[in-house]
Design a protein around this ligand. Structure first.
Ligand SMILES: [Mn+2]
Length: 391
């Protein structure tokens, strides 16, 4: 392929990339020690979507917003979807929450008491109804279920309860609806988690069928886990449903994606490019799952989208023919150098130029800061209660 045509293909792919934003990134958040309130924070889901629309306005590749139920509960979901459409965005994945009621002290769908399990399953079915009302086609399941002490509960029985709950929700799916099952190594449970790893999530989604796939939250692994291997494996099995992007130094830090380890993000996006899965026709969702505790929220979301875009652009620049040849010939260092050449390329001029082609400002962060949006909402959003965890 000639160089100009290769460049056009790279630009076309980047133009069609889609990153989904989490509504909760725009509300107040914190650690278990303190939530630092920020001025101008949204007071309801309508204002969260307005803030998300700012990210789309300056990046052009973030037109979807994930909701979290019950944090984003509204009277009229049709009205919320219309509000989103009027601002140029739409509702993406619905995130369920079976971890914030006192009833869930010993778990939700794995709880030893069938009445609590029933309550959790009914919440998940309510989320399916919200999906129908908002136009969302995916339900994300993350269970905080697990135990803190050996002997506290029966590990195998808990897996059986989990399978029963998943079966019931799967059977309730209609039309294009699908399930995304997320795993997490530990926390809040410290001894054993019921969906701790990709293998457990894979086994359950495989048993359920084609409408169930795995979510890879990049912060939910043990240190030094080779996440791109998991990504490559799940894609090859047709079981990669979505990403929850964020980055971590220690545990589930929920920092900006690509902040702690941009090379890891590049390696992940390299597997995505290899599988020709960057654009929405792959069926794979690329969502952010982040909380901005001390940094300005909208600006941090813009930065995060750009971090994914830059990693993708670098992965698209890998000379695939040369790499394949080096691999076939067993040229260990040559193959590695070809990959590193792409990683070390400064793609910022290419992306600035692409944005101008797309009718956007070449520098989204600067354009957002110049817009005065934050100052405007700080003035407007007086009274009421700022949104945050549990609100
Ligand atoms: Mn997540």
């Amino acid at each position: 392929m000639s160089a100009p045509r290769a460049d056009q293909r790279v630009r076309e792919t980047l133009r069609n990339q889609r990153i989904e934003l989490p509504s909760w990134a725009f509300g107040n958040s914190g650690t278990r020690f303190k939530v630092f309130a920020q001025p101008g924070v949204p007071r309801d889901p309508f204002e969260k979507i307005a803030d998300a629309a700012q990210v789309q306005r300056y990046t052009g590749i973030a037109p979807l917003v994930s909701l979290h139920i019950p944090w984003d509960t509204v009277e009229d979901y049709g009205k919320l979807a219309e509000h989103a459409a009027a601002l140029g965005v739409s509702i993406g994945v619905i995130n369920s929450n079976t971890f914030q009621d006192d009833d869930y002290r010993l778990g939700s769908v794995c709880h030893p008491d069938p009445a609590v399990r029933r309550k959790a399953i009914e919440h998940l079915k309510d989320c399916l109804r919200i999906m129908a009302a908002t136009g969302s086609d995916a339900l994300k399941l993350w269970f905080a279920d697990g135990i803190n002490y050996p002997g506290q509960d029966d590990l195998t029985d808990r897996q059986r309860r989990l399978a029963d709950a998943l079966d019931e929700v799967y059977d309730a799916l209609t039309g294009e609806q699908r399930i995304l099952l997320e795993y997490k190594l530990f926390e809040p449970a410290f001894y054993a988690t019921d969906v701790p790893d990709w293998g457990t999530a894979y086994a359950h989604t495989l048993r359920l069928g084609p409408k169930a796939k795995v979510v890879v939250d990049t912060g939910h692994h043990a240190p030094h886990t080779n996440i791109e291997f998991i990504v490559a494996f799940l894609i090859a099995q047709g079981k990669l449903g979505a990403f929850d992007f964020n980055s971590r130094f220690y545990a589930d830090d929920d920092l900006m994606v690509g902040a702690a380890d941009p090379f890891q993000l590049f390696r992940i996006m390299n597997e995505i490019v290899l599988a020709d899965a960057v654009t929405p026709d792959s069926g794979i969702g690329f969502m952010l799952d982040q909380c901005h505790n001390i940094e300005p929220k909208i600006q941090a979301q813009i930065r995060s989208v750009l971090n994914v875009q830059e990693a993708t652009a670098k992965a698209l620049l890998v000379d695939r023919d040369a790499l394949a040849l080096a691999q076939r010939e067993g040229d260990v260092l040559g193959a590695n150098a070809i990959l590193m050449d792409a990683y070390n390329t400064d793609v910022r001029p290419l992306l600035a130029d692409l944005r101008v082609e797309m009718g956007l400002d070449p520098d989204p962060v600067a354009a957002y800061r110049r817009s005065g949006y934050l100052e405007k909402v700080i003035d407007e959003r007086t009274g009421g209660v700022a949104a945050g965890w549990g609100a």
